[in-house]
Design a protein. Structure first.
Length: 290
């Protein structure tokens, strides 16, 4: 068996520094070293521990990764020569600021569809920023680094979650019985309720419900046997087009069968249906029975 081929992928900053011996610009290496020393000292003071060797080493690794992240973002597929030019012309601090801004913006995107009031707490936001900074930017100068790829993947995932949260927030604002303003949000639960209740037809938007309303809804559907597709089309017609991709994706799940909307037309008891609804909607249900 042939040995696996390992492709070297050192941090972009390190790859650029390796080109310095052949660079004709006077004092380029000295200026870059001075800048990186200053950045590392700042990172040690704010994020690690400037009083220990371990803290300074961690700060160095974070500096290497954050500058490299900024370079990757600014230069995309340009070569390492372009990275060195960027560092000499714009400075390592500028590259660091670009990278850190990416981490900060990423930290402000939701991680999942369960959003709580504490998510906007300054202490929690600072901790989340710190954790992301360490997770993505820590880069050993002598080891392969995939921080930019990790950042890009998390950005894509969080933007998808953000789209879910934005749709749920819109549905809450346009809830048929008046806006729902709770700080805590189960975005998937809100969307599930809107899709389930839409089968009744009429274009009502339901983002919150209780057992009494659900029982009325089930009796209505069983009596009138509405066309599910017509109800979903009416829901789509009310929802702004920018939210359609998320809504269509969720609707496809309900069209496949085996979900609560198909069980409503069976002999499944009201009690079991409501218990299953709790699995879909979770905390978005009101307790209106004692």
């Amino acid at each position: 068996m042939l040995p696996a081929i390992v492709v070297e992928n050192l941090p972009r900053l390190v790859r650029a520094i390796k080109l310095l011996p052949g660079d004709p610009r006077p004092d380029a290496a000295l200026s870059l070293a001075d800048e990186l020393t200053g950045i590392t000292a700042m990172v040690a003071e704010k994020f690690t521990n400037e009083r220990t060797a371990d803290g300074i080493q961690k700060a160095l690794y974070l500096t290497v990764g954050c500058v490299s992240l900024g370079l990757e973002h600014a230069l995309h597929h340009d070569g390492d020569d372009a990275a060195l030019d960027f560092l000499v012309e714009h400075g390592a601090e500028h590259a660091f600021q670009v990278g850190f801004r990416l981490i900060k913006e990423l930290s402000q995107l939701p991680e999942d569809a369960l959003v709580g009031e504490y998510d906007q707490d300054p202490v929690y936001l600072a901790r989340r920023l710190r954790e992301l900074f360490v997770d993505i930017c820590q880069a050993d100068p002598n080891q392969n680094w995939a921080g930019f790829e990790k950042y890009a993947l998390q950005l894509q995932q969080r933007k998808q979650v953000q789209a879910v949260v934005r749709l749920a927030s819109w549905l809450r604002r346009h809830h048929d019985n008046g806006p729902v303003s709770d700080a805590d949000l189960n975005a998937e639960g809100v969307i599930a309720l809107a899709i389930i209740f839409a089968i009744e037809g009429g274009g009502r938007i339901m983002a919150r419900t209780g057992q009494k309303e659900f029982e009325r809804f089930v009796r209505s559907v069983r009596k009138n046997k509405p066309d599910f597709e017509e109800g979903w089309a009416a829901l789509l017609a009310k929802v702004p087009v920018q939210h359609h991709p998320v809504l269509e994706e969720r609707l496809a799940i309900y069209r496949r069968g085996g979900t609560i909307v198909h069980k409503i037309l069976t002999r499944t008891s009201m009690k079991k249906l409501f218990e299953e609804l709790e699995n879909y909607a979770g905390s978005e249900l009101d307790a209106d029975y004692a």
